[in-house]
Design a protein around this ligand. Structure first.
Ligand SMILES: [Zn+2]
Length: 494
């Protein structure tokens, strides 16, 4: 155990964002000024940088659009009415191809300087290439400044305005985000709908918009007495600023992304887990008929926390927000956007705070360590909440895997997330087979050993971007067994 918890010495880049953004709720345009202090902790001299411009995906004929329409030509089975089931994401389909200029998304960067010097910008749709006038030396610190202007797309996938539930703004992937550079080099994957990876760092974000909107976000609100809306301590006296707009100031430490959402009909409720834990915010569109569900969801996640902390390790931040928004459930640091008050979705997305926000595997390369481990943790937590017999907890995950096996569409888990032949093989593999990876490991090394492995993995690798080998090595050291064969059979082949 001592060996397994020795801290690895893998270098990591580091970043500190300062963003000032203004959202016009009539034109749906965001204008921002952004500073990034960037520590190149690598042994390499960097001649270029790359920046994600995710919202450029929401334009007709983008890679995301073309890919979705191609997947719409693949039949992956038949439904009960014997109609073909197509492989495209039902939320995306061919909707991007039909967007009007007012409905598309875009992100434009201007006035970019690195240490005061202008750089050459080359836009590759969702990736901005920045050719530096002066390279960044190993072990150096740089100051990157830029302005950006973005149009919030109509909600197609994850981000956008005016989603199906009528939430005005689901603001994920909304700012120019630096691409992660790690021991495998740059990870400048175009945005085609899938996975994320980012540089750990600190965020200091000021958001200014119409004062009738409640804002929920990653991080901790720094000026609750000026915003109100229930963020202030009970009974505190508010000093609301004059004017039509309000500035919300959030800070977050040791995270690799920042999400926010805003709506004038949002309501905020709070919970604190018994025995301690993060302050939990639940923010949802106030609709009387759904009120009880959101209250129940808030109670349930608070109830689950002690089990989660004991089994998977404690949550490290002050607060966490479940925010109604987006188009299903999507994880972000210290917050999630969820479509409705589903307890399963809420637990799943919160567990991503472990398997992605803390144990930030490169999701493009190891989507199953993110979605699979999260699904496993979700199933265990839900089983515990329901007081169900232990042997039944992973039943659904096994079911997903068995169906994948029988479908003939299975691909190795080691496939790059963007390069599976079908959406189906990606999701059944990453979620179902990924969860079964841990369940079967428990069978091999013993359940008690697996529990020790999960905590040792958390303690050894959180905030360090572990890969599959790092996880397997922890399991080998704890169990004393050689497990490379298991990785070969389960991950690298079908
Ligand atoms: Zn997930």
């Amino acid at each position: 155990v001592l060996q397994a918890t020795a801290q690895p010495d893998r270098w990591q880049q580091r970043i500190s964002y300062q963003i000032n953004a203004d959202l016009n709720v009539t034109t749906n345009i965001v204008k921002g000024k952004q500073q990034m202090i960037y520590w190149n902790n690598s042994p390499d001299t960097l001649h270029r940088l790359f920046i994600h411009l995710y919202w450029n995906a929401f334009q007709p004929n983008s890679s995301m659009d073309v890919r979705s329409r191609e997947l719409g030509k693949i039949e992956i089975g038949r439904n009960r009415q014997n109609q073909p089931v197509l492989d495209w994401d039902g939320r995306v389909r061919d909707r991007i191809s039909k967007l009007t200029p007012e409905q598309i998304g875009y992100q434009k960067v201007s006035n970019l300087t690195v240490n005061g010097k202008a750089a050459t910008l080359i836009e590759h749709e969702t990736i901005l290439e920045v050719v530096l006038a002066t390279p960044l030396l190993p072990k150096s610190k740089s100051n990157i400044q830029l302005n950006f202007e973005a149009q919030v797309p109509i909600q197609i996938r994850r981000s956008g305005r005016d989603n199906a539930e009528g939430i005005r703004y689901s603001m994920s992937q909304w700012y120019p985000k630096l691409v992660e550079y790690d021991y495998q080099g740059w990870n400048a994957n175009p945005y085609i709908a899938r996975e994320f990876y980012g540089v750990w760092g600190d965020y200091d974000v000021k958001l200014t918009l119409d004062k009738t909107y409640l804002v929920a976000a990653t991080g901790t609100l720094q000026n609750p007495l000026q915003t109100g809306f229930g963020y202030q301590p009970e009974g505190a006296k508010l000093t609301l600023p004059a004017g039509d707009k309000l500035t919300w100031h959030f800070t977050a430490q040791n995270v690799h992304d920042f999400v926010w959402a805003a709506d004038p009909t949002y309501k905020l409720i709070k919970r604190t887990p018994k025995g301690g834990g993060p302050l939990i915010y639940v923010v949802y569109k106030a609709v009387d008929s759904l009120e009880n569900r959101w209250q129940k969801m808030a109670d349930t996640v608070a109830l689950a926390y002690p089990y989660i902390a004991k089994t998977f390790g404690p949550y490290p931040h002050k607060n966490y927000s479940f925010i109604q928004g987006g188009d299903g459930g999507m994880e972000y640091p210290m917050a999630t956007l969820i479509k409705n008050a589903s307890i399963g979705t809420a637990i799943h997305e919160w567990m991503h705070s472990w398997y992605q926000m803390m144990l930030g595997t490169n999701e493009s390369l190891f989507s199953w360590m993110d979605e699979g481990f999260t699904s496993y943790a979700e199933s265990r937590t839900l089983g515990w909440l329901r007081n169900a017999p232990k042997e039944s907890w992973l039943e659904d995950d096994y079911g997903v895997y068995y169906r994948l096996q029988r479908s003939g569409l299975e691909e190795p888990l080691s496939t790059h997330a963007d390069h599976f032949n079908t959406n189906y093989a990606y999701s059944a593999g990453s979620y179902g087979k990924g969860a079964v990876f841990l369940a079967q490991l428990g069978y091999i090394i013993g359940e008690a050993q697996l529990d020790t492995v999960l905590l040792a993995y958390y303690n050894t690798w959180r905030f360090k971007h572990p890969n599959v080998n790092d996880f397997v090595r922890v399991a080998e050291k704890i169990s004393g067994m050689e497990l490379d064969w298991y990785k070969e059979y389960w991950v690298n082949s079908i």
